[in-house]
Design a protein around this ligand. Structure first.
Ligand SMILES: Nc1ncnc2c1ncn2[C@@H]1O[C@H](COP(=O)(O)OP(=O)(O)OP(=O)(O)O)[C@@H](O)[C@H]1O
Ligand SMILES: [Mg+2]
Length: 363
């Protein structure tokens, strides 16, 4: 039986662990948190992520290593034989820093929002005339769920924003008035085969992903999105699932960021695709044939944030798939998700609305 080492034991690790069972593999996790979601699916080595003794021990127990979050210290990954860890450390390093990411996108002619590196209040004051208001001041590193971001509407906002974020490396980014947001999730295995999922349309609130639905109708967008995704995956000599987040404005697409890992907007693939993103990530890093990525039903996913309403448990479990990660409830924390599937788009919308009504009437 193949053994896979996973750095991080959060909900993405938990879902990778479940995906591993489909291919007869086993996951062993590394995470300092004693109450990690993946404890329900495999054993966990409790070491800090930057404790090289932990990584070394994990290495001695498994055939290959991957990670489920992007703040893994690059230095730890660099210590490993490059054939032993996927995605590679270069992809990780670039994804960890918005400035490096933007420069890579530019070098590949991937369209992005105007941006400016910010190292001083003066830089920030100049950003308005260079990229236009409103813009977003973002930390270059360690952002997630919209954290470390402040919208700057005019010069009056710069002083406050600077005092809040000045201890971080920063970037200012033009605010895109998008029609909608999408993500492109695709896998590449060691042999170089690529398999892409249908484009997912995503809705965020306050920077946190709330809803994802599969799309199949906008072929122009799908084609453009995967041209960019393939450029990226090939340039990085990438192995595993890569998720590229984009804004859509009319027929144009603008890249936002990429994640070198399985992605929240791909949770629908568990029930809605022939092969889940989790299984395909593992297939890719084990150099197995990639599984079918087409969707089998119209699928929608709603994140459960801050609390999990009891009324969800009254829904038919054959039509409403409720995933609970086993995390302690906390404001703004992703605690689970619900996936709905239907034979028609209307059926999906009806089911999603039912779920949203329960969630929003309880919050
Ligand atoms: N330049 C922008 N223009 C318009 N909206 C933006 C922009 N940047 C971010 N947003 C909004 O904020 C959300 C979160 O931003 P982003 O993806 O950059 O941050 P993050 O904290 O890394 O999020 P994630 O949870 O995806 O890791 C985006 O999905 C989008 O809805
Ligand atoms: Mg994002």
């Amino acid at each position: 039986m193949k053994k896979i080492g996973i750095i991080g034991a959060g909900q993405l690790g938990q879902m990778l662990g479940i995906g591993a069972k489909n291919i007869g593999a086993e996951c062993i996790f590394l995470d300092p948190n004693p109450n990690s979601p993946a404890a329900s699916i495999g054993s966990i080595l409790h070491y800090d992520f930057d404790d090289l003794a932990g990584i070394k021990k994990l290495c001695s127990m498994v055939d290959v290593i991957t990670y489920e979050f992007e703040n893994v210290p690059v230095i730890a990954i660099n210590k490993l034989d490059k054939d032993f860890v996927h995605p590679n450390s270069k992809s990780l390093e670039i994804a960890q820093d918005r400035l490096k990411e933007k420069r890579l996108f530019e070098s590949l002619n991937i369209p992005i929002a105007k941006y400016k590196e910010i190292n001083s209040l003066n830089n920030l004051n100049d950003a308005g005339s260079e990229i236009g208001y409103p813009f977003i001041l973002k930390t270059r590193r360690f952002g997630y769920d919209g954290k470390g971001q402040i919208v700057i509407n005019s010069k009056h906002d710069t002083h406050d924003a600077w005092s809040k974020l000045k201890d971080h490396k920063l970037i200012a980014e033009q605010m895109i008035l998008f029609d909608y947001e999408v993500s492109a999730i695709g896998a590449r295995n060691i042999s170089g085969d690529i398999a892409n999922y249908p484009v997912t349309q995503n809705t965020h609130k306050h920077g946190i992903l709330r809803t994802s639905i599969t799309t199949d109708k906008n072929n122009t967008i799908t084609k453009k999105v995967y041209e960019l995704h393939s450029k990226l995956i090939k340039k990085l000599d990438y192995v595993g699932i890569l998720a590229l987040e984009l804004f859509v404005v009319g027929d144009n697409i603008i890249a936002n960021e990429f994640a070198p890992r399985v992605h929240n907007s791909g949770h629908w693939t568990i029930e809605g695709a022939a092969t889940s993103q989790f299984e395909n990530h593992l297939r890719a890093i084990l150099d197995l044939k990639l599984g079918d990525t087409s969707f089998t039903k119209y699928t929608g996913m709603e994140n459960l944030i801050s609390n999990i309403p009891d009324d969800l448990m009254n829904l038919n479990p054959k039509e409403y798939f409720i995933h609970q990660y086993g995390k302690t409830a906390r404001e703004g924390r992703k605690l689970g998700h619900v996936t709905v599937t239907a034979a028609t788009e209307e059926g999906r919308l009806e089911k999603l609305k039912k779920v949203q009504k329960i969630i929003y009437s309880s919050s």
